[in-house]
Design a protein around this ligand. Structure first.
Ligand SMILES: [Zn+2]
Length: 468
């Protein structure tokens, strides 16, 4: 599946460079960053590429036919934008389909019926024989509350909101995530027959926000759905006011389809001076299926492609090898990220060293800076670029997780410098994993600023990483 190509133009440039006796770009960091931003803002193709990805291809759930189409498109774009080599790194991914039924309602003692907006959590089993299940409602806020409750025959609602006091919405999401990830097995262990999880968003709306769940191997698998925040709050209030428990019924017809063979899309641009040192930039090509995966992570995909296009367009010559990667299966297994790190570990043994990696998987909103998962020396290096990045309102250089897909690379020795793009996150979870994560909700200019930031970080890494 390997496809190699070198254009006459890149061959010509190489000859010119060799003839001139140098391949180093003599422009300053600041001048290059300015050229990259100008290129992306004047001639950017990220927004149009995102339209194609979202509208012509659609959602890209792992194992789906549309994910297959996205993989072919991604490789064609790598070639179009001048990668020296493009290939698909095979990855076995889970295949699961939501089906077309996800219904629920609650009935009070007075007979009043409240319809509920739900959708299956990714990987959920269907309700038995795809029919209705029905049971008294039990509302809890913490998984461990179930240790002392009898939930036999109940449908459990996990209703702990994301913490509104945390300014980092990703941290608030992480703090509430256990309900979605582990709620089904915790409830099943206590005897529950079904689970509803308050959608992980600060927004008060009637949209269910899906996402993956994880069943414990030794506990029965029960159906689990996301429920809108408005419905979760209403259910909780009605439950508190009622003298007898509300009755909840739900049904879903999702199906586990086993596995499928897909892969990470990789475009490589060989370094002129240190080709055995690799800098990776990526986002994930897969998405949830109820929207278009526009912010999550179509934005990261087009940021990655645009970085390649823009760096070529300004005539940059990388010293190190740059890898542009569209990962598969971030949403429900991270098998693409794990496979990439496994291959990277093998490459290390052959002398190919992964020195840095960057991920864009926090949406297409206006960029604020980067979050680093790195040794102190790496963090200090990136912070030394503050003055270069200041004209672009890039001020955030904190520590923390760099991205799910590149995360497994931190096991490499020596440890690569990992960083994640940090866009403004206040509205990200309004759309995240919902039917509203569509192209129309991505702002062209904000998307472009993110792409230019990714391209700039890539060239700053290439020019400033220490040599040994
Ligand atoms: Zn994502």
């Amino acid at each position: 599946m390997m496809k190699r190509k070198m254009t006459w133009m890149s061959l010509g440039l190489l000859v010119l460079n060799v003839a001139a006796g140098q391949t180093e770009d003599l422009r300053t960091d600041s001048a290059l960053v300015r050229e990259v931003f100008s290129e992306v803002l004047a001639h950017g193709e990220a927004h149009e590429n995102l339209r194609v990805l979202c509208k012509d291809i659609g959602h890209r759930l792992s194992g789906s036919r549309s994910a297959d189409r996205a993989i072919a498109w991604g490789q064609a774009m790598m070639d179009q934008y001048g990668a020296d080599t493009s290939y698909i790194m095979p990855v076995t991914v889970p295949a699961w389909t939501r089906g077309d039924v996800a219904e629920a309602s609650a009935t009070g003692a007075d007979g009043r019926v409240m319809p509920l907006h739900i959708t299956a959590l990714g990987g959920s089993v269907p309700t038995p024989e795809e029919g209705w299940i029905e049971g008294p409602l039990l509302v809890v806020r913490q998984l461990d509350a179930l240790d002392t409750l009898d939930a036999r025959g109940h449908i459990v609602l996990f209703n702990r909101p994301m913490d509104p006091l945390l300014i980092n919405t990703g941290a608030a999401y992480g703090g509430a995530f256990d309900q979605r990830g582990g709620g089904a097995s915790a409830a099943a262990k206590a005897g529950a027959i079904g689970v509803l999880v308050r959608s992980l968003t600060h927004a008060l709306d009637t949209l269910p926000h899906t996402g993956s769940l994880r069943y414990n191997a030794d506990i029965p698998r029960i159906p689990a759905a996301a429920i809108s925040t408005v419905d979760a709050s209403a259910l909780s209030q009605a439950s508190k006011a009622a003298t007898s428990p509300l009755t909840v019924r739900m049904r879903m017809n999702c199906v586990d389809l086993g596995t499928a063979e897909q892969g990470n899309v990789i475009g490589e641009w060989r370094g002129s001076e240190r080709p055995d040192e690799i800098i990776t930039l990526g986002g994930h090509l897969d998405s949830w299926d109820i929207g278009e995966g526009a912010h999550d992570d179509g934005s990261g995909v087009v940021h990655t492609l645009e970085a390649l296009r823009a760096l070529k367009a300004v005539g940059y010559t990388p010293q190190r090898t740059m890898r542009f990667v569209l990962f598969i299966n971030e949403e429900n297994g991270n098998r693409g990220g794990k496979k990439y790190a496994q291959v990277a570990a093998e490459e290390h043994l052959e002398g190919l060293r992964h020195v840095a990696a960057m991920e864009s998987d926090a949406g297409g909103f206006v960029p604020r800076g980067v979050r680093m998962d790195a040794l102190d020396s790496g963090v200090e290096l990136v912070r030394s670029w503050a003055a270069t990045l200041e004209p672009y309102n890039l001020h955030y250089f904190g520590r923390g997780g760099a991205g799910v897909d590149i995360g497994p690379l931190k096991e490499l020795e020596p440890r690569p410098l990992l960083m994640g793009l940090v866009p403004d996150g206040q509205r990200y979870f309004d759309l995240h994993h919902s039917s509203q994560d569509v192209w129309e909700n991505v702002h062209k200019r904000e998307l472009e600023l993110g792409a230019a930031t990714c391209a700039s970080m890539l060239l700053l890494l290439d020019r400033n990483l220490p040599t040994d």
